[in-house]
Design a protein around this ligand. Structure first.
Ligand SMILES: [Fe+2]
Length: 299
């Protein structure tokens, strides 16, 4: 288990724990720890976040909450939506048993400035070439009740989980371990449902465990399965993430999903540049055709 030394938690700026060249090699492949300057920032107080949640509620799809005692194996969206207004859940977060997500808080310029600092840091890690592949920096805020779990899942983004208040354990699996995340699950993630990942009993044995305190952050690689156990106090944490272009992986996996449904065994992305480009072009053409069809139907 990795626990950061307390002295390292008061970083004045984003810094890597290991040398930056090592982090560049690990980016998108392995989890690694960094430190950040956002712990104690007034924009992440419960009062500021309640106001941010009220603004997010006016934007479609930018505010989510679930309430209940979730297990590691529960799927995203399997818990019924809460009946209480979300700003009220935040006020009662100490006892609500809730997980609240505010998306795209960077529409507010004050939060955007903090996101820009993160983006500059990740681009420095990625280097000039790697940086060209990263787009659409985004800030999500998680406000979590004591002892809540975030179930097992994986994501498409280049993600950093950033601890602001409270503490938690995080388990991250190797994104290339196909005994944990299968090729079919990744294809289904892009082609069917973002809940495609299913917990395997041996995942905990092979996962790397981190303990995050305020000032700590961990890079969670794309497709790296992970889950979270909050400690016994309220947690405020961020997902700061960036995206790869669709042609690099997402559209290749989508094409593979269709090909597998036809009974074929498609090659995974990265094995053939020509095959990857053809598959991405096919999905791009299907997307354009669908868009055109919708436009014609509206006339
Ligand atoms: Fe995640």
């Amino acid at each position: 288990m990795l626990t950061m030394p307390p002295s390292a938690r008061v970083a004045k700026k984003w810094t890597t724990v290991d040398p930056i060249e090592e982090c560049r090699q690990a980016l998108h492949k392995k989890a690694f720890a960094v430190h950040h300057p956002l712990a104690g920032h007034p924009l992440f107080s419960i009062e500021a976040l309640t106001a941010a949640a009220e603004r997010a509620a006016k934007r479609s799809g930018d505010l989510y909450a679930d309430v209940g005692d979730l297990s590691l194996t529960d799927k995203w969206g399997s818990v019924p939506a809460p009946t209480m207004p979300i700003p009220e859940i935040i006020e009662r977060i100490e006892t609500a048993g809730a997980w609240v997500v505010l998306k795209h808080v960077e529409v507010d310029p004050a939060y955007k400035r903090l996101l820009d600092e993160y983006e500059a840091f990740v681009r420095e890690i990625a280097g000039p070439e790697g940086s060209k592949l990263l787009t659409n920096a985004e800030m999500l805020v998680f406000i979590t009740s004591p002892n809540r779990k975030t179930p097992y899942h994986f994501d498409a983004e280049v993600n950093f989980l950033v601890q602001i208040t409270g503490s938690k354990n995080l388990w991250v699996c190797d994104p290339n371990d196909r005994s944990v995340t299968t090729e079919e699950e990744i294809e289904q993630y892009y082609g069917v449902s973002i809940s495609a990942g299913t917990y395997k009993p041996h995942a905990e044995e092979v996962a790397r465990q981190f303990t995050l305190h305020p000032g700590d952050a961990v890079h969670i690689p794309t497709h790296g399965a992970h889950w979270v156990q909050n400690h016994n106090e309220v947690s405020v944490s961020l997902s700061l993430n960036m995206e790869f272009p669709n042609w690099l992986q997402a559209d290749v996996y989508r094409a593979n999903h269709y090909l597998r449904r036809l009974g074929l065994s498609p090659r995974s992305p990265g094995q053939s540049i020509v095959a990857d480009r053809s598959k991405a072009a096919m999905i791009h053409a299907m997307r354009a055709a669908r868009k055109n069809a919708r436009r014609l139907l509206r006339r």
